[in-house]
Structures are given as structure tokens and as C-alpha cells.
Write a protein that binds this ligand. Structure first.
Ligand code: PHE
Length: 510
């Protein structure tokens, strides 16, 4: 029944209109059909090559309220002329004003009527100079009221006189297409067994593929932005010859988290205010071999660490305090992944090849925990990107060069290095980069060369140097995704829609 399929009716209306005149303009032929319905119908027809169409934009002139009054009553000057002409012997200005009943019309109209030489002053009276006039403005406005356009010069003039306002109109110029017909044929979307059997496929019209159609939403799982950026970091590390460290343990002993790194037991970082301690089980076992092929002597290492803290060793005078085994066996939520780096370097020291400890490059990206006051940029847990490079003949300049290469791969250039302090590295450097958006230098990482107190206790050779560096995964992710509050990224306030809909980013692309 008519009207039950408005889109169908519209396509047929378009085809009929085109059969009578070609091309047609949508604003003239279908002035009341909404833009979207029209476009949908045209797209259906165009996909079958039955019509072609293009969108045209033009400006239409609309009358201002004052212009509407002119169309119905005449221009100010014409009204003044008419009033004066009607009275034999002329009119006084006061009479004119009374007759017209509008001060502005009288004043403006008089001036113009004088200029046009339609009236003149005769003593105290106004008299007509001609029998009839041509009210050009009114005629022009009448044309515009009907056609919404006129000679550009006239439009410009009337616009200047504030009688018109312009309006953009979008319309479609529609023409017959190569397959124009009055009826839409049914388009087949599938070639069926029946069509093959009956031979109807020979005459059937098939719907062409629409390569512009978007695929259906899959409602599949989505990777968290942190995981996407993590994946990019992993790729960079792998390309630079690093292997990934196993970081699958959140709980560490104080020994690996602090003591092995030459962090003294009174160091403020070990305070309850900074570190989360685990009370159950009450303490860790002593460090011991992780697997049968682990040839390291853990007992000797434990004693080396004790001595280097307590009395000094390897040319160091140590911290000179009574080192407590109980303190080193307390359990903590790891405050950094450098605890894993320490364990890996210790393992490396036991893996001599041809009597020599081989160079190595390790990285990890995983979660760490700190007892922090939560605010817009801090959480109690975050992810650390960490790397170590063990080799012979490494220099501080080499570390700076490496950092430039590493961050360069993320599009971060022009690094600045600032001397810093870590208990386990000497020298230590904070790494800064200029942030164009924030217009200032921001800290992007921490780095250094591990101390001999740490490395030699593990049994690494005296001439082996080890670079270490760490950065948060959250900071680059927040910058890349334009997030200013870390709680939008991690935790219970995260908007799942944001996680699902965000595309992957490239660290090296802005
Ligand atoms: N552990 C340091 C941190 O938490 C990072 C770091 C790792 C610094 C290795 C130097 C060497 O920031």
C-alpha cells in the first residue's frame, strides 16, 4: 500500500520526475523531503546506475521583515510619493507623517524621493514632480521573494541595505543514469542452486559489491591501551637485540628488591610509607637456585651482599651498619622490576662461556607497587619498562647514545640528561625530553651504570659494565591517548567503551 515503504515510494517518484525532465534539482522537485531520506534513495538508485547525482551548494536570498513590508506596501520613497501625489496642492511634512503613520518611513522615504526627483518642496508643502513612478526596489524584492535569487549586483545592493539575508542551500542535481528505467528491478544478492537449475541466473540482475560498506561490529574482546603500548615497547626491545625477563612474581624478598641492589636497610625507600610489606607468610626463604642447571652459589652471594653492606668489599668501604638477615627476608610487593634484573644478572654471572661471562641485553615490562598517595598522575601500582645491558668497555657516553636511539624509535628526540642518585647506580642520570604540548621538559626515565658493590658481589667480572634504565609505561600511554587522569586508564573508574573503541597508536607517530 502507498506510504508503507516511504523509501521505495521516493525512488519511484525520483524516476518519474526524471522521465519528465532531466536533470532535476532536488530542492525544486522535492522541497519538503528531508536531506537524509533523499540521499538514501539516491544512493540506492545510483548503486544500480539508474541515476547519477551530484551535490550542489548554493546561496539563496531571503527577505528580511522590513523587505516583506516593502513587498506588500511599497518602498518608503514610493509610499511618500504616493501620499504626496494623492493630495492636490501638496502636503505639509506634519500631514505627511500623520498620513503615513511611521516616522522612519516618512524621513527615509522623503530623502530618497527628493533624490529621485519625484517630489520637491514648494513653500511649506511637498508637491509631486511626476505623475507616476516605478518602484524598482519593490519589484526587485518581489522577484527575490519568488525565485530566491536575482542579479548578483542587485542582491549585493539589497544586502547592503539590510533587506536580505543569505542562506546556504544544499541540493542534488539528479540526472538519468546509463541503466535508467521507471521500475527498480529486484537485485539478487546470492546465486542459488535454484537459479542455476532453472537458468534464471542468465537474466537476473545481481547487486554489485559495496566496497565502501563498513564491516559489522564484531563485539570482540579488546586490548587495553597499556597492553598495546607495551606491545610496541616489546617490539622495539626485540629489534634492538634484547630478550625478555620473566617477571611473573609480584612478591619479592627485601633481599632481591633492595639488598642485592646495594640499597641500605635504613634507606627511606624501605619505609612502610613507601613500600607495601606482606605479612603472611612472615618471611621468605634464603635465595636459592631456581633450577637444576643454575650453577650459582647462592649462599656465597648472600654472604657477599651482607659483607659489602656491613664492612665493605671489592674496594668499597660499605655502609658500615649491622646488616639484618631478617630485614632482607621480609616479603614486599616489588617496588621496581630491577629486583628481576638483579636476579637475572646474578644468573648471568654463573653462565660463563669459554671462561667468560657473555654480554647480555634483558628487558621487562610489568607491574610494580608503591605506597603512594593516589592522585591524577599516581597510582599505588603501575607498570615499569626496564632494560639492562651487560657488556665490556661500556661508557657513560654509550649509555646516553643508547638512550637517544631507544627513545628515538618512539619519536622522542632532543633528550636532556640530569645527574641523579640511585643507591645501585653510579653515575645515575634522569632523562628529560621537551614536551611541546606542555611547553616544558618532562622526566621520561631514570638510568645509570650499576655499582661494583652490586655486580661484583654477584660474581660478574670487574671489567664488565652494566647499564640499567627504567621508565613508566603509563606516562607515554597517557601522552599518546591524550589522558590527563591516570584513573581513566587503570582501576575501577575506567570507561570500558574507551578501552574497546580506541585504535592502536604508534609511538613514533604523532
Ligand atoms: N629502578 C629504577 C626506578 O624505579 C629504574 C632504574 C633501573 C634506574 C635500572 C637505574 C637502573 O626508577
Amino acid at each position: 500500500p502507498a506510504g508503507s515503504n516511504p523509501a521505495g515510494d521516493l525512488t519511484s517518484e525520483i524516476l518519474h520526475a526524471l522521465s519528465k525532465s532531466d536533470p532535476i534539482s532536488s530542492t525544486e522537485t522535492f522541497p519538503d523531503v528531508p536531506f537524509e531520506s533523499l540521499k538514501a534513495a539516491l544512493d540506492r538508485l545510483a548503486s544500480r546506475s539508474m541515476v547519477t547525482y551530484e551535490q550542489v551548494e548554493r546561496e539563496e536570498a531571503l527577505l528580511e521583515p522590513e523587505a516583506e513590508v516593502i513587498v506588500s506596501h511599497g518602498s518608503h520613497e514610493a509610499r511618500v510619493f504616493e501620499a504626496v501625489r494623492q493630495v492636490m496642492g501638496g502636503l505639509s511634512i506634519q500631514d505627511l507623517e500623520n498620513k503615513i503613520g511611521d516616522k522612519t518611513v516618512t524621513k527615509v522615504g522623503q530623502g530618497k524621493a527628493f533624490k529621485e526627483k519625484w517630489i520637491k518642496k514648494d513653500g511649506a508643502k511637498l508637491v509631486a514632480l511626476v505623475d507616476s513612478i516605478n518602484d524598482v526596489t519593490r519589484e526587485q524584492l518581489k522577484v527575490i521573494q519568488e525565485k530566491r535569487t536575482h542579479d548578483p549586483k542587485i542582491i549585493a545592493d539589497l544586502k547592503k541595505r539590510k533587506l536580505l539575508k543569505m542562506q546556504k542551500v544544499i541540493s542534488f542535481r539528479i540526472s538519468k543514469g546509463p541503466k535508467f528505467a521507471l521500475k527498480m528491478v529486484k537485485e539478487e544478492t546470492d546465486l542459488t542452486a535454484e537459479m542455476l537449475a532453472s537458468g534464471s541466473w542468465k537474466t537476473a540482475t545481481f547487486k554489485p559489491y559495496n566496497f565502501n560498506a563498513l564491516g559489522a561490529d564484531q563485539h570482540a574482546g579488546a586490548l587495553h591501551p597499556l597492553n598495546k603500548v607495551r606491545q610496541e615497547f616489546r617490539q622495539i626491545f626485540f629489534e634492538m637485540g634484547f630478550t625478555e625477563m620473566p617477571t611473573n612474581q609480584f612478591v619479592e624478598s627485601g633481599f632481591w628488591n633492595f639488598d642485592s641492589l646495594f640499597v641500605p636497610q635504613q634507606h627511606p625507600a624501605r619505609d612502610l610509607q613507601d613500600t607495601f610489606y606482606v605479612s603472611d607468610p612472615p618471611k621468605a626463604g634464603r635465595p636459592s637456585p631456581v633450577s637444576a642447571d643454575d650453577k650459582q652459589d647462592y649462599e656465597a652471594y648472600f654472604q657477599n651482599v651482607r659483607q659489602v653492606h656491613e664492612t665493605g668489599k671489592y674496594g668499597s668501604i660499605g655502609y658500615r651498619y649491622p646488616w639484618s638477615e631478617d630485614e632482607s627476608l621480609r616479603l614486599v610487593l616489588r617496588t621496581h622490576t630491577t629486583s628481576i634484573s638483579a636476579a637475572m644478572l646474578h644468573k648471568l654471572a654463573g653462565q660463563k662461556q669459554d671462561g667468560r661471562v657473555p654480554p647480555a641485553r634483558y628487558f621487562s615490562i610489568d607491574r610494580v607497587f608503591r605506597n603512594e598517595t593516589v592522585d591524577a598522575t599516581h597510582l599505588c601500582e603501575f607498570h615499569q619498562v626496564e632494560g639492562v645491558i651487560a657488556d665490556y668497555g661500556l661508557t657513560l657516553g654509550g649509555l646516553m647514545e643508547f638512550m637517544e636511539m631507544f627513545f628515538g624509535r618512539m619519536g622522542v628526540t632532543d633528550l636532556r640528561f640530569k645527574p641523579a642518585y640511585n643507591p645501585y647506580t653510579e653515575p645515575s642520570m634522569e632523562i628529560f625530553s621537551y614536551h611541546k604540548g606542555l611547553n616544558k621538559l618532562i622526566e621520561i626515565g631514570n638510568s645509570g651504570i650499576f655499582r661494583p658493590e652490586m655486580l661484583e658481589a654477584m660474581g660478574l667480572p670487574k671489567d664488565m659494565r652494566v647499564f640499567g634504565f627504567g621508565l613508566s609505561l603509563e606516562r607515554p600511554t597517557m601522552i599518546k591517548y591524550g589522558i590527563s587522569n591516570i584513573r581513566e586508564l587503570l582501576g575501577h573508574q575506567v570507561d570500558l567503551n574507551f578501552i574497546q573503541k580506541n585504535p592502536a597508536v604508534r609511538l613514533d607517530k604523532n
